[in-house]
Design a protein around this ligand. Structure first.
Ligand SMILES: Cc1ncc(COP(=O)(O)O)c(C=O)c1O
Length: 482
């Protein structure tokens, strides 16, 4: 059984079709390259074989589940603003809220009248005590980590492999390559029943060391970060051993890079352990927040973090992020509550937090419309959408099983993806699936292996998504004559 990428003739057809359909996007990428430094133009992994595919689609319009590119191609969008558009593109109630605020002006500096209402909506939906606002997910996670360090007076943080927390220095850490090699050996041992005890032994000796995941990130930052296996009970032992140095454990409760891993028991044990040790448990709910349930992954798993960070859905398409949590940590923003007319004053030492565009009136208007809509609709909205995603994933898995394609799809809420851990197909071949989908009018980014459904996707849209996946996956059939 050979599981390789389609042979060059197929690759050539794929590239020619894509280049022809999206020729203006390609021309613009070439014309802009000298002046605009653009990471998205080189795709996930630049390689000479797929160089001619390495440019982003230029979008000119979007509405509901649809998006149109500069060459006039219509797509059913499953990128959905990288997960921001839970209600599809340009939903009338969010558009109206933004337009109304635009009429009132954009007042940066003075307080927005919407700020308290949006904070209360976040509190009501998530059950977290206090709330503040910033602009991007990166900023929110960075702030949550700083709050944890301020309050605990400790400096180390623990993160987990395969999670993504944005691009501030401490978030750009990974396990050393020796750790990946160890896991590879472990996987091959696990596959041989006689050697499985050896694999179990190796599992015991997991590393904790972090190294910078990108050039320009100082080694010095890595000294304060532990990178641990997600969902592995041994990681709890490591956290326990470092409990006096750890300010926070930072978790992406279900990782976009690995949605098949949904370790409920591990998360509960982690909650108990961090609580007992006074370590801040930070849930990064950028993707899971308001998606899997109005209360996000915390409601789904039945626990509360000390701090949680949100963005994407909450901003209704505009840049807004949220840091929310218990007073113990959030009071480090403003010193804690006090009253006018008496001698009360902020009690808690504060850290630094600021940002010109925090509490941007347009973003708050979009957030108010979004969160109020979610509150009005209740959990049924997520329940229905999640079920539609489950139905799609079940259909896709029934297809891959019956066609003998060694791929399984997985989902969390309305996000679905090819499960990497269960695929025997190299990631480079998986990344070509996205271009097959684009050629069939399903929009995502080149290299993506999954996407988002929104409440705007109709049953017909979902049928077309399924059919496009069917066609795109067929070249990966194990006994395919291709
Ligand atoms: C879980 C998670 N955390 C943090 C971030 C960073 O957010 P931003 O891109 O808004 O900085 C992302 C972005 O996708 C994310 O998925």
């Amino acid at each position: 059984m050979t599981l390789t990428q389609p042979p060059p003739t197929d690759l050539k057809t794929l590239i020619d079709t894509y280049n022809h359909r999206t020729r203006t996007s390609k021309q613009l990428a070439a014309a802009n390259r000298a002046v605009m430094a653009d990471k998205s133009a080189i795709g996930y992994a630049f390689s000479p074989e797929i160089k001619e595919l390495c440019y982003p689609i230029v979008a000119v319009r979007s509405q509901g589940s649809r998006l149109w590119d500069i060459d006039g191609n219509e797509y059913i969008d499953i990128l959905m603003g990288l997960g921001t558009n839970l209600f599809g593109h340009n939903p009338p109630f969010i558009k109206a809220a933004i337009e109304a605020q635009l009429d009132q002006g954009i007042q940066i500096g003075p307080q927005s009248e919407l700020v308290g209402e949006v904070a209360r909506l976040v509190r009501d939906l998530t059950g977290l005590e206090r709330v503040t606002f910033s602009n991007t997910g990166t900023e929110a996670v960075m702030t949550a980590v700083r709050l944890a360090r301020t309050v605990t007076r400790r400096s180390k943080i623990a993160v987990f492999t395969n999670s993504y927390h944005g691009h501030f220095d401490a978030a750009l850490m990974r396990a050393p390559l020796s750790e990946y090699a160890r896991k590879k050996v472990m996987r091959s041992l696990q596959a041989r029943p006689l050697l499985a005890p050896l694999a179990a032994l190796m599992q015991h000796f997991q590393g904790t060391r972090a190294v910078p995941a990108a050039l320009g990130v100082p080694n010095a930052i890595a000294k304060d970060v532990l990178v641990l296996d997600y969902g592995n009970p041994k990681s709890l032992d490591v956290i326990k051993a470092h409990r006096h140095q750890l300010a926070a454990v930072l978790v992406e409760p279900v990782q976009s890079r690995c949605p098949e891993l949904q370790p409920r028991d591990f998360l509960h044990a982690l909650r108990d352990l961090t609580q007992a040790a006074g370590i801040a448990l930070i849930f990064d709910e950028m993707v899971t927040g308001f998606r899997v349930h109005p209360g996000g992954a915390q409601a789904h798993f039945g626990l509360h973090a000390d701090l949680a960070t949100y963005s994407k859905i909450a901003g209704g398409g505009l840049p807004l992020s949220i840091i929310a949590g218990s007073s113990r940590f959030m009071d480090a923003i403003d010193g804690g509550p006090w009253q006018f007319g008496d001698n009360s004053a902020p009690q808690i030492p504060t850290t630094f937090f600021a940002g010109t565009y925090c509490k941007h009136p347009l973003a708050l208007a979009a957030a108010r419309a979004t969160l109020q809509h979610l509150k009005d609709q209740g959990p049924e909205l997520q329940h229905t959408l999640n079920q539609r995603t489950t139905d799609l994933v079940n259909r896709l898995n029934a297809f891959t099983t019956s066609a003998d394609i060694p791929i399984q799809f997985t989902q969390f809420g309305s996000f679905f993806a090819i499960a990497l851990t269960q695929s025997q197909i190299p990631p480079s071949s998986l990344s070509l699936i996205s271009y097959h989908l684009l050629n069939q009018g399903i929009h995502l980014r080149g290299g993506d292996r999954g996407g988002f459904l929104s409440t705007a996707h109709t049953s017909e849209d979902i049928d077309r998504i399924f059919q496009a996946f069917q066609t795109s996956l067929t070249p990966l059939q194990s006994k395919s004559p291709l």
